[in-house]
Design a protein around this ligand. Sequence first.
Ligand code: FAD
Ligand code: SF4
Length: 474
Amino acid sequence: MLPELSPANAKYAWALRGREAPPKRPAGERVHDFCEVFDVFDEATVRAQAARCIQCPEPLCARGCPLSNRIPEWLALAAAGNFIEASAVSRSTSNLPEVCSRVCPQEKLCETACILGARGAPVSIGAVERFINDYAFRHHAVEYVTAPPNGRRVAVIGSGPGGLACADELAKLGYRVTIFEAQPVPGGLLVNGIPAFKLEKSIVERRIDLLAKNGVEFRLGVQVGRDVPLADLRRDYDAVFLGHGAQKAKPAGIPGEHLAGVIAALPFLIEKNTGSPLFDFPPVDVVGKRVAVLGGGDTAMDCLRTALRAGAAASVCLYRRDFANMPGSRKEYENAVEEGAEFRFLTNPVAILDNGQGGVGAVRCVRMELGPADASGRRSPRAVPGSEFDVPADLVLVAYGFDPVSFPEDSEFAQIKVNEWGGIVVDANQMTTLPGVFAGGDSVRGPSLVVHAVRDARRAAQGIHRHLSALARA
Ligand SMILES: Cc1cc2nc3c(=O)[nH]c(=O)nc-3n(C[C@H](O)[C@H](O)[C@H](O)COP(=O)(O)OP(=O)(O)OC[C@H]3O[C@@H](n4cnc5c(N)ncnc54)[C@H](O)[C@@H]3O)c2cc1C
Ligand code: SF4
């Protein structure tokens, strides 16, 4: 039985009540479907968990959050049961709180910064953020206030989290925004990458509906650069935001990668998660197969878990660094292990072996060890001589990350400066080297996080507003 909180002991709630995570569906159940893994807190639990916050005068959690979310304020409101007000405060700094609360690696961001982590366990910030925002949507209390139309138009390229957040900010400032999306379905990687067991598609659809109802126009199936030249958008709109992501898969780069049964991660995830294969990508049958996944990021973990849900007999991750240096989320790693995924660390794939019929038979690997730390403090792995071994596999999913898609040389895009790996170069306002063209998210950073795309987009929207206001004054 939990002790009752009174004004006298409320300050010590964190010591009286342990941290709780929202209930999780049993692994044996969830591995048979694509529904979300985590359930929601009930009202009493969310209040008790929010009350664990000690209201630091200089909250480190807000510094740990890329959006500088006003976390202690909405935790206090949630603890008092004012969920709708709490959601309004959370939305004041975030355009997609119902999404970030589900997919952010909190253990590397806000929750790792929470001071209670040093004394025990941090506040369950992500779970409270999710509860209050789902609550507000359920109670039709997500207000959408826009400034009067200012007569200016902005074109947003891409409808991922960056494009959606930028459109949202600008619409609220009174701009007429049109989103151009190459795919027939909006949402970017929120829909076509991140599996539904982490983020149900209805959550993204709900947000897109809200934007559309408030005047954001979606032009789907339009690839800028192919169907509409960038030059036309620059002529017809006052500013352009590039939120087209980075979805060019990095190759495995090892012998055997041409074999049938060596598959890129993203088309596989799209087919299994949306139920419809891409038009130029045949469906992949994993039933009863041993699947090897190359890589150690979020995409690799999503592949492992998606393969298990699609009926694979075994799903094993081959990653060349150790657990501590794995980029993927710890929360999702635990979920993957519970669901039966296997992880082999310090294991570097060097070749994919033929099964004698043009398909995959095994992945040849070498054992790795960590050398001294480099300039960034990260210890580089090096091969242990003579340590080759084979991991049996019928199918290989390559999840080595993504690069930005390069611009066609004859398009106006080519005038935009990019760095050595193709990321768009922007200034402090997120403006590219082409005046009036702004950019953010993965197209600037390379593969990153949803919350980073939202942050860039918010900065870009403010940058666009400042830029156009200055032009109007000149
Ligand atoms: C499998 C996977 C799992 C992930 N898991 C997580 C996670 O758990 N947590 C997390 O925070 N992040 C995760 N990420 C990363 C996250 O999804 C991205 O960082 C984020 O979506 C980037 O947002 P964006 O708006 O920059 O681009 P995207 O989401 O990639 O959206 C870009 C959009 O632009 C469109 N587009 C491209 N070119 C054009 C064009 N010429 N004209 C018109 N439209 C165009 C694309 O079709 C796409 O819809 C994951 C990524 C992947 C691949
Ligand atoms: S946006 Fe992400 S980092 Fe910020 S408070 Fe929410 S879960 Fe934490």
